[in-house]
Design a protein around this ligand. Structure first.
Ligand SMILES: [Zn+2]
Length: 254
């Protein structure tokens, strides 16, 4: 049914951010090594920075809490290991670079997260550029491609609807909840999930649902739910896209 869903076009969004002047504090990723996949995230509750540097032949997993460092490696097969899959001199250089990168990201994470939240608000208002304000300083220009949302109609049936994410089930289903009285949507009426094999969102009306009472045709309920599914589960959050770009820019990999 997803072919009924209209998507807004992808757009380019420019975020001009203060990333803490990384080039003044540490070098770009060693350019004689293959370009790795790089993930760096701070858990806001534990305040722990987790970094993963990933090559086809092995990975470095590195945790930093502002005081203590813990790291281990993974082999090409995925097994965790205390010994490096790389020669000693390469391992030393990677660990030294990661120490500097981790220190920089840890110091600036909160500021970057705040700027990205503001950038997402500007994007939500339809603006194509966000620039952080303030004193003259080194800024980074990040041009990112953001996916278009699915165009969704408001709920045109009877009552009101809400929804519930069932992320522990395969295909990350979303259940559409309904309340004919328009107060507290709690009656499951339809369910959508991602069919990974078909690369398509599929939705069904749940057994026993009285569509006459709901006031919409089956395809209308399904289109509503599928649009919601696309926007909630499939379209990348601008925050994540800008954040990933910021992390790669700090590393000197983008
Ligand atoms: Zn690990």
């Amino acid at each position: 049914m997803s072919d009924h869903i209209l998507r807004l076009p992808n757009t380019v969004f420019t975020a001009v951010l203060d990333l803490g002047d990384p080039r003044a504090t540490f070098p770009v990723f060693p350019d004689d090594l293959p370009v790795p996949a790089l993930v760096a995230d701070v858990d806001e509750e534990s305040n722990l920075l987790t970094i993963e540097i990933v090559w086809p032949d092995g990975e470095l997993h590195y945790d930093y809490d502002g005081a203590t460092v813990e790291y281990h490696f993974h082999t090409a097969g995925g097994d965790a290991s205390q010994s490096s899959p790389w020669p000693a001199d390469v391992t030393t250089r990677i660990l030294e670079w990661t120490r500097l990168f981790a220190g920089h990201v840890f110091t600036h994470f909160e500021s970057i997260a705040d700027q990205i939240e503001s950038a997402a608000e500007w994007h939500d208002r339809g603006l194509p550029v966000f620039a952080v304000a303030g004193e003259p300083r080194v800024l980074e220009v990040l041009d990112v491609e953001l996916e278009g949302d699915a165009l969704t109609l408001p709920w045109l049936g009877a009552g009101t609807v809400g929804h519930e994410h069932n992320d522990d089930e395969p295909g990350d289903p979303i259940t559409l909840l309904w309340d004919p009285a328009g107060v507290n949507p709690h009656i499951p009426i339809a369910k959508a999930h991602m069919d990974d094999a078909a690369d398509e969102v599929r939705s069904v009306i749940l057994p026993g649902v009285d569509l006459a009472a709901v006031g919409l045709e089956e395809h209308e309920v399904c289109a509503y739910l599928e649009g919601l599914y696309i926007n909630d589960n499939l379209v990348a959050d601008p925050r994540d896209v800008v954040y990933d770009a910021a992390i790669l820019r700090i590393a000197g990999l983008w």
